[in-house]
Ligand binder design. Structure first.
Ligand SMILES: Cc1cc2nc3c(=O)[nH]c(=O)nc-3n(C[C@H](O)[C@H](O)[C@H](O)COP(=O)(O)O)c2cc1C
Length: 492
């Protein structure tokens, strides 16, 4: 099925692979969808829970036809499926490694850069997203099953839209920013300061422009979704061309109705509008944010007046339970980051930031000299905003396995002297613990075996498992051969 041209193609593929839970109807006035998303995490965790498709949802007292989908890129296997690879059966971490290797391979075969395939424009009548058109008084965004995700959120939100903007100086951009539903024809638009759309809107303001056109794409194909929610393009490279490069085939686009922007033609919906730049802004939020905490209410934020909605007949709506489920696959971003980091720190083997504990980053190194654990960790803490707690381990530890990392911390780390606190570095603007957002203090934990020159024991005790492998080399092979099937039945 790869590449998936549309959101619904991808969801159907997940169903075929038994990675989709179908639920007939949920009452979101009683927050059943929200509680289900938490329960799935309680039972299965972020990397094992299936996608969920809810056929009908009660919103504001009315049952509305969906489907509404959530957690569509949460399961380990989706890391491979989105990229057109086969998952390694029953092995999430190996599947993830396969996806990372694929991304490294793409970069390698293209001189260190992501391959680019520019989008192609198709005719309006060939574009599924143009099946229905609403303009003028017929526009009513509230009639679609966008939900209020948390009881303390200020409103219902379009919280998975890719906001497309263009600027004569800065070029093109799209990013996923939450949009508060303010009325039938009005949405909040929330690019945080420094984000692509924010820079464009501020630039237009500076030049004295009165308004900005926006097209918001909902129900994107799975690769456009990944590119939209992560800063894969840092140097202004066209993000749709990057998506094409990952797909190995161009993204088909079509012109918006009320502006000239080209948007994915196979999306579920496009909401077009105008952001006034010469009017006072409006309050927005609060909203349950990525760290799992309620965000701050903003006293003023951008908003847009909707000028047109185009959509498929009965559009499929994607909701993101931010801070509860994984939002998107991370192997593309981590693969790119790994390739960049290895240029400056060639001894880095692997790096991973587990989504269930935003703020933590685990990195393994091929340690060659004393002090290297701390120095690699400090470089990451200073340059990667999301890395607040950096744990450095030896290369015999698999950083994708949380238990191995915790075991190394418990057994190899001496807090003194193998730690360093950085008083202030760039952190994440949404970190609820930060007194001066976006700045943050940081800690580097060197959980590599400390060498004698670093004050470590001489000789360093050996791991029991390593001794077993050395002294009884056939033991694992025998167990796998004779009792592998039995183990398979008990595998989580
Ligand atoms: C579901 C979801 C919601 C998001 N909401 C916001 C948001 O409201 N504001 C924001 O600035 N970034 C938000 N992000 C993160 C941005 O999408 C991400 O930083 C992206 O790189 C922004 O694109 P840009 O780099 O082109 O600005 C969200 C990401 C996801 C996956």
């Amino acid at each position: 099925m790869f590449p998936h041209d549309s959101f619904r193609d991808y969801i159907r593929d997940l169903e075929r692979r038994d990675l989709l839970m179908r639920v007939r109807r949920l009452d979101q006035d009683a927050y059943e969808m929200t509680a289900l998303s938490y329960r799935l995490m309680d039972c299965l965790g972020m990397y094992e829970a299936p996608a969920v498709l809810v056929e009908e949802v009660r919103i504001d007292g009315e049952w509305r036809r969906g489907p509404v989908i959530f957690n569509h890129q949460g399961h380990w296997d989706t890391e491979a499926i989105v990229l057109g690879l086969d998952p390694v059966p029953n092995h999430g971490r190996e599947t993830y490694r396969r996806a990372i290797d694929h991304v490294l391979g793409l970069l390698d075969s293209n001189g260190g850069k992501l391959p680019l395939i520019p989008p192609v424009e198709i005719a309006r009548d060939a574009a599924p997203v143009k099946e229905q058109l609403y303009t003028g008084d017929d526009i009513d965004i509230t009639r679609f099953p966008f939900i209020k995700s948390n009881p303390a959120d200020s409103a219902r939100y379009v919280n998975t839209g890719s906001v497309f903007t263009e600027d004569q100086e800065l070029g093109k951009n799209f990013g996923t920013y939450r949009c508060e539903i303010k009325g039938p024809r009005r949405l909040g638009v929330n690019p945080e300061p420094g984000q692509g759309a924010w820079k464009m809107l501020m630039k237009k303001k500076e030049r004295g422009e009165k308004q900005a056109h926006v097209s918001i794409v909902v129900g994107q194909d799975p690769i456009v979704w990944v590119i939209s929610g992560s800063s894969v393009s840092k140097d202004g490279t066209d993000e749709l061309s990057i998506a094409g490069g990952f797909r190995g085939r161009p993204v088909e686009v079509v012109k918006s109705e009320t502006n000239d922007m080209l948007v994915p033609a196979h999306a579920e919906m496009v909401i077009e509008g105008i952001i006034p730049l010469d009017q006072p802004m409006l309050p927005e939020g609060p909203f349950g944010e990525m760290y799992g905490y309620l965000g701050l209410r903003k006293s003023e934020n951008f908003y847009m007046d909707i000028t047109a909605i185009t959509c498929r007949k009965d559009p499929w709506i994607l909701n993101q339970f931010t801070g509860v489920t994984r939002g998107f696959i991370t192997s593309p971003l981590e693969g790119i980051a790994l390739a960049r980091l290895r240029k400056f720190q060639p001894d880095i083997v692997m790096m991973h930031s587990p989504v269930e504990a935003t703020g933590l980053s685990f990195v393994s190194i091929r340690k060659r000299k004393p002090g290297q654990g701390l120095s690699v960790g400090k470089a990451i803490a200073r340059f990667v905003p999301i890395s607040k707690v950096v744990v450095v381990v030896d290369d015999d530890i698999d950083v994708l396995d949380r238990n191995q990392v915790l075991h190394a911390m418990g057994s190899r780390w001496q807090p003194y002297p193998a730690s360093e606190i950085i008083k202030e570095a760039r952190g994440m603007p949404l970190d609820p613990s930060s007194p001066h957002r976006p700045m943050s203090s940081k800690i580097v934990i060197d959980a590599t075996r400390q060498w004698p020159e670093e004050g470590g024991p001489d000789p360093y005790p050996e791991l029991n498992r390593t001794l077993l492998e050395r002294l009884a080399p056939e033991s694992f092979e025998r167990v796998d051969r004779f009792w592998g099937d039995l183990l398979q039945r008990w595998r989580r």
